[in-house]
Write a protein that binds this ligand. Sequence first.
Ligand code: LLP
Length: 381
Amino acid sequence: MTFPIEKFKEIQTPFYYYDKALLSETLDTIKREAGKYPGFKVHYAVKANVDPIILNLINQSGLGCDCVSGGEVDVCLKAGFPASKIVFAGVGKADWEINQALEAGIACFNVESIPELEVINQLAAAKDKIARVAIRVNPNVDPHTHKYITTGLDENKFGISMSVLPDVLDLALTLRNIKVTGLHFHIGSQLLDLEPFSILCSRINDLQNMVETRGIRLESINVGGGLGCDYDNPDENPIPDFAAFFANYAKLLKLRPGQELHFELGRSVVCQCGSLITRVLYVKEGLRKKFVILDAGMSDLIRPALYQAHHKIQNLTAAEGSVETYDVVGPICESSDVFGTDEQLPETHRGDIFALRSAGAYGQIMSSNYNCRRTPASVVL
Ligand code: LLP
């Protein structure tokens, strides 16, 4: 990726920079690859990034959206997504959030527990509406990813376990204002290996057989998101391998005639198009180490502190020159405010502009005002 560095020099750092051309290319790839299989429908997991320009591009490309709060449903409706393309998940939907979604007429609630199913039924009855729901099931597949972004194991705050699905379906059949339209799954995030998705397919094939014995015909299966990005080599792999991802599902999942397969992709859509742009405040000589102190910290990009994630660090000002070893840190009063240790970088000076790459997903949206700092702005070019 080439960065408009002269422009960056005029802008107050830190800020998130988004490359619209890369996002468009990514969306075109998703459309092309998913479009090869009838019934494949992609919803963008809005939690990854809600920048209005990004949402607008995603909406124009025809994707739907996957929301996890009333706030996200609101943002999507305001961005122009039709309610019929909005699905709403989350373990703790408040009554006002359910009511708002019922009023808007969203496509589907992804339901995560029996009490939630009962509350949605009550609230829908009060409005004389039928709520369309997909039951979220934990397929007990280990995605081999960070424990904070693992969600599909048997016992989890998310979804219900496979063993209680029959009971939940039997209950749902008695609820007059609920229509079960599908099953929902999501095993985890940042998966680079397709194997866990393959195991998911075989679990779903078994569950579909069981569901049909209860006389329920599912309109759709929703396999969530999870496709990972190459954080180490963003320039070599700017677009995740959507072709292999969709082909794997097409090969392994036994969809019924006319049945839709839904995806909720977040990271893979927006990760590589975003970078956190920051300036070097100081280069500090320690006893044994040299520290590059940036004006961006964990309040701007929390992933390294929270998940031990590593975002490629690039000195855009001194792209070449003799290489030195630095620890790259932020200004926040926390020892975990570190973006990289023993980073090999060109000799760095105060005022140099750095890019923390692959920050388009779960970057800006997770920023905070910790230490009374301003949240970073976005620049879309
Ligand atoms: N569907 C459900 C039900 C989810 O929980 C998630 C993400 C997605 C879809 C989208 O998954 P993706 O395609 O982005 O992997 N903040 C963490 C990631 C948290 C993911 C939460 N759920 C991070 O920065 O790595």
